[in-house]
Design a protein around this ligand. Sequence first.
Ligand SMILES: *Cc1c(COP(=O)(O)O)cnc(C)c1O
Length: 387
Amino acid sequence: MASRYIPYGRHSLEPDDIQAVVDILNSDWLTQGPMVPQFEQAFAAYCGARYAVAVSSGTAALHLAALTAGFVPGDEVITSPITFVASVNCIAYVGAKPVFADIDPFTGCLATEQIAAQLTPATKGIIPVHFAGQPCAMAAISAIAGEHNLIVIEDAAHALGSSYTVDGRYFTTGCCAHSDMTIFSLHPVKHIAAGEGGVITTNNKEFYERLCLLRSHGISKNPERLSSSDGPWYYEMQTLGFNYRITDFQCALALSQLKKLDEFVARRRAIARMYSRAFQDEAALALLSQNPGADSSFHIFVILARGVDRAELFKSLSERGLGVNVHYIPVHLQPYYRETFGYGSGDYPLAEEYYRQALTIPLYPAMTDDDVAAVIADVRESIKILS
Ligand SMILES: *Cc1c(COP(=O)(O)O)cnc(C)c1O
């Protein structure tokens, strides 16, 4: 038994990242200074979107996107049962009904044909989740949305730095070529860290302006947008907004991290290749497959326990000092969603079958090749003992 501990994910901070924050702490601005727009512009440019709005968390980004989409009580919005609860909660926040569509068991992403099966006259939107870092089939989802006049919000909290191709054309996740908005998280286990933070990208100017308004109490000070003016102090609260602002020092950290994103993603992909090679012939395991058109940025690496009990494998790997995890308990089985919306066991059989097998093993850029080899050895030994 090793005394070492390898977590399932963690941030990578270097002295220059820390210095970037210290510089802001020594400046005149702690919040809403020059770093917020600077980070937003760099983020939008990275994704190839016209606009980016930085907020206090990925969850706040989802809430503002759902409000901006105009989802209201009586509307239905379709998302995946295999995601973090926040993807679904944003639908409930605005009083709409979360409707799940079952997953593609090979990728863990929302299956396009399952979305089609859930459409009703009340459907107003789709929130595809790019599970583990692999972009969903966005061209197909966008086609369904176009046909039924639906708003698409990509939950790309797992997928910063990923990309996909459609008919030979290359798209960076977040460019919003096949959606109305895309959200990201800057939580430390995600691709770049700001402590807490989130971003919404969009190409829609009206959406951009609405997101900015909602982020800060619904208050506008822009003279061009005011209905009247009593003087230079004048501002208006034009809609019911929130304080979902992010601070300048968080954006300084996020901007410093963004410069390293391609490096982080390259390392994540290299580790994922090592795992795939090591486990592809392991009879007791299956791996999620990658669609030919998708280039995942591997937020997490999931193994599926097929010839061995998942709970026993989890216990064995934990005891060996690995920070294993399960992504995710199907959201429709959470007590809140059972009680409030009447969901239950058996509603989404593919998601539930996936959940019984899923186990996340450590993956983050700072893992050394020795760490990766140790994880591989621990998984192999545990399987041998348990099967
Ligand atoms: C992390 C995450 C979020 C929420 O992001 P926070 O920044 O933690 O609020 C939303 N959706 C998914 C899929 C996530 O993994």
